[in-house]
Write a protein that binds this ligand. Structure first.
Ligand code: AMP
Length: 392
């Protein structure tokens, strides 16, 4: 069911409490990447233009429940003000009488950014009193922080219980609607590509996707555990011994859908300048380790991707941080960019890969939430989404 958004409600003159994700990387108090702030701009601009009093709340880093100026959101207020081209009032706390008065003094169209929510341990504990205090700062609740929607914290879950109106921001709407449609009513063929280091992190994703997709491509470190489950020698490759049986079961359940690499780039050591070569998947030499899919696998995976109508990708095909082992991952990114179908990239490393390849703009959707998108793909209900209103 599509989520109700800020566009579906009347916000004029109302105090709107907006959970955003301004968890940006900082170096000596300077923001090194403002993507997350930019991602929230459409919602903030819309609310301010419609005459709301916009109260923004976010966490930043892990201050462990204590005030710590190194994690202050003050630099975000400054950057947001530059991006919006208007004043952003920075509140030195996120709860309390002083903040309430500060918000009460604002006029329609103004934007306030609260100090880091995680200066209070109560935030992550979803403490009801803390949530009630946050709720005093708004009459309407908006969640635009997909990246934290899988966590039931005071600002993502508890605060919603105090609000009559609870809607999604535009970023949240795009995340949930795009991924929701892909999983519930995909244009077919529907292909998922799962990679990354470990099977253990993504068993639930694989199990859920197997019930939905036409093809499931498995690459990256985790493919080795599947190759071992098929009885192949894997040399020194990363294999989770305690998951070989699980991999065997998954192959039993979805063997006709699962595509594994047919060739691999193997290296003598886990090093960028290690000696390396391409071998068939059933001929990994003893003492060597697979660090990427081979060119024939990249070709087969690419063909499967190019003819699909919906493609979801989570996890790199190899150790793409090292140039000699990045080709498989970039080939998948390129195939996704080439296809006419709906392309969704979810999860930190695959997002980094499409960005490094300069192909992010050619994807239908690049998810901003690693953990949240993974839980979404697992078919789990996200607490930060479940508490929002739907259109019907
Ligand atoms: P994940 O966070 O589970 O998506 O895993 C991403 C990490 O998996 C990246 O840092 C990759 O370097 C790593 N990775 C991918 N393929 C392999 C492989 N064949 N062997 C070891 N690590 C890998």
């Amino acid at each position: 069911m599509p989520l109700k958004t800020v566009r579906d409600i009347d916000v004029k003159g109302k105090r709107v409490f907006v959970r955003v994700d301004f968890n940006v990387p900082l170096e000596n108090g300077r923001i090194t990447d403002d993507t997350r702030i930019r991602a929230a701009l459409p919602t903030i601009r819309y609310l301010a233009d419609e005459g709301a009093i916009v109260v923004l709340a976010s966490h930043l880093g892990r201050p462990k429940g204590k005030r710590n100026e190194a994690y202050s959101l003050a630099p975000c207020a400054e950057r947001l003000s530059q991006l919006l081209g208007k004043e952003v009032v920075f509140a030195s706390d996120c709860i309390g009488e002083e903040v309430e008065q500060l918000v009460a003094r604002q006029t329609p169209g103004s934007v306030v950014l609260l100090e880091n929510l995680r200066f209070y341990a109560e935030e992550e504990k979803n403490d009801p009193d803390f949530a009630a205090k946050l709720a005093r700062l708004g009459e309407i609740y908006v969640n635009d922080a997909f990246g934290t929607a899988h966590r039931a914290h005071a600002s993502t879950r508890g605060v919603a219980d105090h609000m009559q109106v609870r809607v999604a921001g535009f970023l949240m709407q795009k995340e949930v609607d795009t991924m929701g449609k892909a999983l519930s009513a995909p244009d077919r063929p529907f292909v998922a590509i799962i990679g990354g280091a470990k099977v253990s992190d993504k068993i639930m994703v694989i199990e859920n996707l197997l019930t939905k997709v036409d093809r499931l491509i498995i690459g990256g470190g985790m493919a080795n555990t599947f190759l071992r489950a098929k009885g192949l020698a894997t040399g020194k490759s990363l294999v989770e011994e305690d998951r070989v049986e699980t991999a065997r079961e998954l192959l039993g359940k979805g063997g006709d859908k699962i595509l594994l690499p047919v060739d691999l780039v193997v290296a003598a050591e886990f090093k960028a300048d290690a000696e390396h070569k391409v071998v068939p998947a059933d001929a990994v030499p003893e003492g060597w380790m697979a660090l990427d899919i081979g060119p024939e696998s990249a070709r087969i995976f690419g063909e499967t991707i190019r003819t699909a109508r919906t493609i979801v990708w989570n996890g790199p095909m190899g150790v793409f941080e090292m140039e000699p082992f990045a080709r498989g991952t970039f080939a998948v990114a390129q195939a996704m960019a080439d296809t006419e179908g709906v392309t969704i990239v979810g999860g930190g490393d695959s997002v980094a890969a499409v960005e490094a390849a300069g192909l992010a703009d050619r994807m239908t959707h690049v998810s901003t939430g690693g953990g949240a998108s993974l839980e979404f793909l697992e078919g789990r209900e996200l607490p930060g989404v479940a508490c929002l209103e739907t259109k019907e």
